[in-house]
Design a protein around this ligand. Structure first.
Ligand code: ADP
Ligand code: MG
Length: 420
């Protein structure tokens, strides 16, 4: 069980405390080392570098929430370091919005704490928390212009007119909507509206920004553009952001770190790459991308068999694993050959070849019973001249061996000199 998760600070060359846009970083706070109980093995040990990098802007501690008899959020703990963009990723119904709403103060937690820039905000009213939100359905004020929408939070705070104008101009530039200030929301595209929503949320200089599937209602191309844009924007303004999504690709593209949720619990937290390569559960392995799962016994040593102790990492790992262990291997982490090449391989038959542009997908069966998918570059496919019905050998380059008894993964391969 993961009782608490530390998301290690990672920098992307962010340095200034005050940005060109004048948005200040959340106040730095003293770092207090946390109880190591339940730290996931995939999360690197804490390495102090500087106060700035290690300050925690959002801390969620043992948060739980029940709706009637239904437990929507179960003892959730995680931290978001100041200045990072962290994705809360999980399937629909996993409790993401409920957690975000509890951080915002729109929902009360049954148990647990929300700490914002060092201050316990669990019982603080929404307006005192200093959070900005952008929600998929958090509509703009329809009868207000873009300028008035962005200025709204500043007018409520009764800021001097000249300051409001300057701040709105700055934000219009930041979200690339200078020249649109007099338009009404109905005169904007969906993507432009969400950029206005983001500017409105950023206007009062929130300590943290919460985004709940902000691009969920937009079509695929606009979503792609906005993701890239949001990432770039975040690199400029560094406002600590928690981004909710059910889309693993979106989470990978946008975030520094991920917190993966399933059925109201944190499954794993860490960098996208760590989680992808070193999942701690079948759920995380499958949720973060396509993966083939095969009984370990289906993989055959090369011919003639070698002494296992002197052999291949896959066989060595397999020798230590339970008899009912499984191999998890991603479609692009496999090689395909017409002949055996001396490594452990599956003997397979091609059932379908699907060109996907620069790459191709192959559907194969192993032992007439296990279907797998493999991805390879189109030129490699052309070189092999493969067709449905061809017999081939499939060699995992990188894999994880899952032991169903200890519920742990053992990674195999991946190193430059690994023999896989
Ligand atoms: P997600 O955002 O990950 O899709 P939610 O946090 O919205 O998940 O919901 C988690 C679970 O709690 C879901 O099963 C949902 O039906 C339930 N839920 C959310 N809000 C309420 C509510 N106000 N009343 C009852 N059940 C709710
Ligand atoms: Mg939701």
């Amino acid at each position: 069980m993961i009782g608490s998760n530390l998301i290690k600070a990672r920098t992307r060359g962010r340095s200034s405390a005050r940005t060109p846009h004048g948005l200040s970083r959340p106040a730095t706070m003293t770092w207090e080392p946390r109880d190591a109980r339940g730290f996931s093995s995939t999360i690197l040990p804490y390495e102090p570098t500087s106060q700035k990098e290690t300050a925690v802007a959002i801390e969620v501690r043992n948060l739980s929430k029940r709706y009637g008899a239904f437990q929507a959020v179960k003892d959730v703990s995680f931290e978001v370091p100041a200045g990072q963009l962290v994705a809360l990723l999980g399937p629909s119904g996993s409790g993401k919005s409920t957690i975000l709403r509890m951080i915002a103060g729109l929902e009360t937690a049954d148990t647990g704490h929300v700490v914002l820039t060092g201050e316990d905000a669990t019982r603080m009213p929404v307006q005192e928390r200093g959070v900005g939100f952008v929600f998929q359905h958090y509509a703009l004020f329809r009868h207000m212009t873009v300028r008035d929408n962005i200025a709204f939070g500043l007018k409520v705070r009764k800021l001097p007119k000249a300051d409001i104008k300057a701040r709105v101009d700055e934000l219009l530039e930041l979200v690339q909507l200078t020249g649109y200030s007099r338009r009404l929301p109905s005169q904007l595209s969906g993507g432009q509206r969400q950029r206005v929503a983001l500017a409105r949320a950023l206007a009062p200089r929130p300590k943290v920004l919460l985004l709940d599937e902000p691009f969920g209602a937009l079509d695929a191309k606009v979503r792609d553009e906005l993701r890239a844009w949001l990432r770039k924007l975040h690199d400029e303004v560094h406002v600590t952001s928690l981004f909710v999504t059910h889309d693993q690709r979106e989470a990978f593209e946008v975030s520094d770190q991920l917190v993966v949720l399933n059925e109201g619990r944190v499954q794993q937290a860490g960098s996208p790459q760590e989680l992808y390569e070193r999942p701690n559960s079948p759920f995380v392995a499958s949720f973060l991308g396509q993966v083939n799962i095969l009984p370990l016994g289906t993989i055959a040593p090369h011919d003639p068999p070698r002494d296992v102790t002197a052999g291949d990492p896959l066989l060595l790992a397999g020798a230590e694993a339970a008899a009912d262990a499984q191999i998890y291997v991603r479609p692009h982490d496999m090689e395909i050959h017409r002949e055996r090449n001396g490594r452990p391989a599956w003997r397979a038959v091609v059932t379908r070849v699907t060109p996907l542009g620069g790459a191709a997908r192959l559907d194969l069966t192993i032992d007439d019973s296990h279907g797998i998918q493999l991805e390879l570059p189109s030129d490699r496919l052309a070189g092999l001249n493969l067709h449905a019905g061809d017999a081939v050998f499939v060699v995992p380059r990188v894999a994880n061996i899952f032991d169903p008894h200890s519920r742990t993964f053992q990674p195999v391969g991946g190193g430059t000199d690994a023999a896989l």
